[in-house]
Write a protein that binds this ligand. Structure first.
Ligand code: ARG
Length: 569
């Protein structure tokens, strides 16, 4: 039934004697009503057929016997435009929804494929600040998108729980541990200690040496240092968990960089065996000139310790064995583009199956800046993500209270609206764009925001609850849905799976976010023109069913983005 695009491709393929997949990939979903629903450009055929695209499209039009799911075909300046039969599309959407309900749009293209989505990965003992918002939110959305497409999806939090900064923190704790209450307020206190010890290190070289010594002891798994490190880690995780709870995020695996430290030797051995390791100024490095990168990748420093990149290499080996992945994506800011470029190049020399190397992908995103300027942990000017979310929740509460003073469950609703606003705005533009963080804009009920979508949903719900009718598919009169506003909703609903697939192909959740805004706007236009609870039963039933579908897709779509839908607001 479904997939008219596929059917059109088959039709053209039979006439042109060209592979139907090639044709399929060339058929475009049109944006403008005046170009029909699908458009096939004939330009690439001109060379092989030795005819102009205009002539080709005209000839094609004459040769095709228009099937009944197509209303008309037009040849316009080298394009062949297909207008689907509206009623046929509407029927398809309705019957598919009737069959799948809450699973409408779900697909199985990912079946039997495993994808790892590594995201969030904050650094222990450092604030979980709004810089981490993007990886957390984009990664979580991608995780849900792949799941919805049937992939076996594994969400991984690759904690930054290793590095020389722990040598410093241990020193700070030895010096002033009793002055700070890290049990009750771990991150704030550890951050203060970190800033203080850094200042001291700048003044006194000897302190810095002691910090280095601590780190060495930690690497050798000395008991006192290890115990302290564990304490910092556990306390930090507990605090991070509060933010994850607010965002409704769970991971399938939380493993820190430290987990990979005893797996470094294998990386070194393999690279050695493959003649890829060279000595450079006492360190062991992989030369990447042949791979077009001038800077060699350090694998072991001169003091024998590993670096960030080495632990990523060890993680690739580990994950290939444990998960046998088909794809493994890393969601981080673009300031790590070079790092991943290097790591993925070195990974080619680890002797792994090609599939594991080809499956690696860095999904990078632009920077978030505050209206007030740049953030820095060292200087202490950062904003914790948890605080931002809580502020957004309380602002949402004020706004909702003003609009609807008697609302019960206000706390739960404000949480959904407040958190949703922040998450959605993060997902609303192409991820590579730099963004300025503006809470008031995010919380607006008008414009392209999450509260706007949530509000439309709530209005749909209130109409549905006014009518106690249980509309069945057989009650639908499709001719009642042929007006422009109704049909534009049907078309959007028809495209839902396509939209999710495109979001996955490009790793761009914004494709889904923008779609949901389009759907909410179309609903609003529809509602302004059509009375849902019409006295004419045919109209009423058809419209009730239609808006129920809109509500379901809006709710499901936001859920995939990691946002909860309130039932009232
Ligand atoms: N902890 C790092 C940071 O906060 C991000 C880790 C990214 N993942 C990775 N496999 N290197 O910058």
């Amino acid at each position: 039934m479904r997939n008219f695009k596929r059917k059109i491709a088959d039709l053209l393929s039979a006439i042109l004697q060209i592979d139907e997949n090639e044709i399929y990939n060339n058929i475009n979903l049109t944006k403008e009503e005046s170009m029909g629903d699908y458009s096939f450009p004939c330009f690439s055929l001109a060379k092989t057929l030795k005819k102009s695209p205009i002539v080709i499209s005209q000839e094609l039009k004459e040769k095709i016997r228009t099937p009944d799911y197509i209303e008309k075909i037009e040849s316009v300046s080298g394009y062949l435009n297909f207008y689907l039969d509206k009623e046929e599309v509407t029927r398809t959407v309705f019957s598919e929804f009737e069959e799948k309900k809450d699973d409408y749009g779900r697909s199985n293209i990912g079946n039997n494929k495993t994808i790892l989505v590594e995201y969030s990965s904050p650094n222990i003992a450092k604030p979980f600040h709004i810089g981490h918002l993007r990886t957390t939110v984009i990664g979580h959305a991608l995780y849900n998108i792949y799941k919805f497409l049937g992939y076996n999806t594994i969400g991984i939090n690759h904690l930054g729980d290793y590095g020389t900064q722990f040598g410093k923190l241990i020193e700070a704790y030895k010096l002033w541990g009793n002055e700070y209450n890290i049990d009750d307020n771990p991150i704030d206190e550890l951050t203060k200690m970190y800033i203080r010890i850094n200042n001291l290190c700048e003044e006194d070289e000897k302190v810095l040496d002691r910090c280095r010594e601590n780190f060495k002891l930690l690497e050798e798994k000395e008991e006192y240092c290890t115990r302290l490190w564990e304490k910092f880690r556990d306390l930090s995780l507990k605090e991070f968990q509060r933010t994850y709870d607010l965002l409704g995020i769970k991971f399938d695996s939380i493993k820190g960089e430290a987990f990979y430290t005893d797996k470094i030797d294998e990386v070194v051995d393999i690279l050695k065996k493959n003649n890829k390791l060279v000595q450079s100024e006492g360190a062991m490095v992989v030369d990447l000139k042949e791979d077009g990168i001038d800077t060699p990748c350090i694998v072991k420093k001169s003091d024998g310790s590993s670096i960030y990149a080495t632990r990523d290499l060890a993680a690739i080996i580990y994950r290939s064995r444990v998960y046998d992945y088909d794809k493994s994506i890393y969601v981080t800011g673009y300031e790590q583009d070079f790092h991943f470029n290097q790591v993925f190049k070195v990974a080619k020399y680890l002797g792994l199956d090609d599939k594991y190397i080809n499956g690696l992908e860095h999904v990078s995103y632009g920077m978030y800046s505050l209206k007030e300027g740049k953030m820095s942990t060292r200087k202490g000017n950062f904003i914790k993500l948890e605080d931002i979310l809580n502020e957004s929740i309380s602002k949402a509460k004020q706004i909702i209270k003003e609009k609807n003073p008697d609302l019960s469950e206000i706390d739960e609703i404000s949480k959904k609206v407040g958190v949703g606003a922040v998450v959605f705005s993060d997902l609303y533009n192409s991820r590579i764009k730099d963004e300025v963080f503006d809470l008031d804009e995010m919380l607006s009920f008008q414009g392209e925001t999450c509260p706007y979508i949530q509000y439309m949903y709530v209005r749909i719900n209130s109409i549905l609850s006014k009518s106690s009718e249980n509309v069945l598919l057989k009650d639908i009169n499709y001719s009642k849905l042929s007006d422009e506003q109704s049909y534009s909703i049907v078309k959007l609903l028809y495209n839902f799976t396509d939209i999710i697939e495109q979001s996955a192909i490009k790793n761009e959740p914004y494709i889904l976010s923008r779609y949901l805004i389009d759907l909410a706007k179309s609903y609003s236009a529809f509602y302004n023109k059509n009375k849902v609870l019409s006295d004419n039963p045919d109209e009423r039933h058809s419209r009730l069913y239609l808006i129920n579908m809109v509500g379901t897709v809006l709710r499901k779509g936001l859920e995939i983005l990691g946002i909860q839908m309130p039932s009232k607001m």
